[in-house]
Design a protein around this ligand. Structure first.
Ligand code: 13P
Ligand code: SF4
Length: 394
């Protein structure tokens, strides 16, 4: 995470931060994107033509997103990757787990490229396969493994997705977590019976979905801590739980706090709080609307002129929304400036390097999932892509 101390940061037009920060912007900052690099990216992309398809996650920098053929949340981008069988190269402007999923969902002759290999995800790193297998064994020892369906958030490594595929489970994203949990419960006889879900790796998305969408209570959910013996849970607790949440979280969305929501409501008349479900349950409970990045964008697009919004998600996206909707009052739901540092690793120099290397006939930073992992992970991803109804809407 990159943080800079700033006061609550309204991002709409006419904001004057000078007095609060005590520093006046000279108005002479260098351009966000080096014009020479912009031209080089444009030329390389034009030279590659239809051979390359560039996907851009909503959290990417402006300088990168301008070169995306499609932008989207992780669900939309997975579908877009699968729907481009003719593109020889998929350049994924996002993070490692997204590029892995794209590799799994694309054909053998296609190559997926992540412009900077350091673009990982701290949440995905919180669940390692060996830890997850130990937890699974403990569920077996508690006598509940047969009633459990593993569900992993897209934000996980390919081997965790494969674990879910191998054990009758699936992948979900923030767009379709509710329908994925419904599917998972149904695999073991439905919510009313003994069915349980083992949800990886984001405890907040798991809890928010279980409680706010499935009608379960916070007490129906327990948290498995991979760093404590037995996950910090007794076999009785495992048997009583409906949802076993992995103790993982997003450090970017974890920054938003319920106090700031109260503060904003007191200072901005009529403000609506719009947050991503990776935020803590306390924040989500205080919000007006909760949904994926795609949902957040659609909500702001549909909002009336003059309405006020405070948004709890990654700052690149909030800034872009504020710039695109100057007729709406859009602020960031935090007192600090907080980008996802790994998403930000993909910058224009890396994108230019990746594209120009392709023009020169060299594939750099290819993301390749080994065939066995890919087979099982693909099963888990395809179960997700086959989910009915609202899986692509919010
Ligand atoms: P999505 O809304 O695309 O699921 O994004 C959340 C996120 O944190 C991606 O890393
Ligand atoms: Fe991972 Fe959070 Fe960054 Fe998304 S925003 S890539 S979940 S650290």
């Amino acid at each position: 995470m990159t943080t800079t101390d700033l006061p609550l940061l309204p991002l709409g037009r006419g904001t004057d931060l000078t007095s609060e920060r005590g520093v006046e912007c000279p108005g002479d900052l260098p351009p966000a994107s080096d014009p020479a690099l912009v031209e080089r990216a444009r030329a390389a992309k034009a030279a590659l033509g239809d051979r390359v398809f560039v996907l851009g996650h909503h959290y990417q920098r402006d300088e990168v997103i301008q070169f995306a053929d499609v932008t989207g949340d992780s669900f939309k981008l997975a579908r877009e990757a699968a729907a481009r069988p003719d593109a020889e190269f998929i350049v994924f402007c996002g993070v490692h787990f997204m590029a892995e999923s794209a590799d799994i969902l694309t054909g053998e002759s296609q190559q997926v490229i992540l412009p900077d290999l350091a673009a990982g995800c701290s949440m995905a790193d919180m669940a390692r396969l060996t830890q997850v297998e130990m937890a699974w064994d403990a569920l077996g020892a508690a006598g509940v493994a047969d009633s459990v369906v593993p569900v992993t958030y897209m934000n996980s490594s390919a081997d965790i997705k494969a674990f879910c595929g191998r054990n009758g489970g699936l992948v979900c994203t923030s767009s379709n977590a509710e329908v994925a949990l419904e599917w998972a419960f149904e695999q073991k006889g439905g919510l009313e019976g003994d069915a349980k879900i083992f949800f990886l790796p984001d405890q907040h998305l798991g809890r928010n979905t279980a409680v706010l969408k499935m009608g379960l209570t916070v007490d129906d959910c327990v948290v498995w801590d991979p760093f404590r013996p037995g996950g910090g849970l007794t076999p009785e607790q495992l048997r009583a739980a409906k949802v076993i949440l992995w103790r993982g979280h997003c450090s970017v969305h974890g920054k938003f706090s319920p106090d700031v929501v109260d503060e904003l409501r007191a200072t901005i008349p009529g403000v609506q709080i719009l947050v991503h479900p990776e935020c803590t349950h306390e924040v989500v409970l205080k919000a007006d609307l909760v949904g994926s990045t795609e949902f957040i964008i659609k909500t702001i697009e549909a909002a009336p002129s003059g309405s006020s919004w405070s948004i709890g998600t990654e700052l690149n996206l909030v800034q872009r929304l504020a710039a695109a909707h100057p007729d709406k009052n859009i602020s960031f739901l935090d007192k600090t400036v907080c980008y996802c540092s790994t998403m930000n690793r993909i910058d224009l120099p890396h994108l230019v390097w990746a594209l120009e290397s392709l023009v020169a006939g060299t594939v750099v930073n290819r993301i390749e999932v080994d065939p066995d992992t890919a087979t099982w992970a693909q099963l888990a991803l395809e179960r997700m892509l086959a989910l009915p109804g609202k899986s692509h809407k919010d």
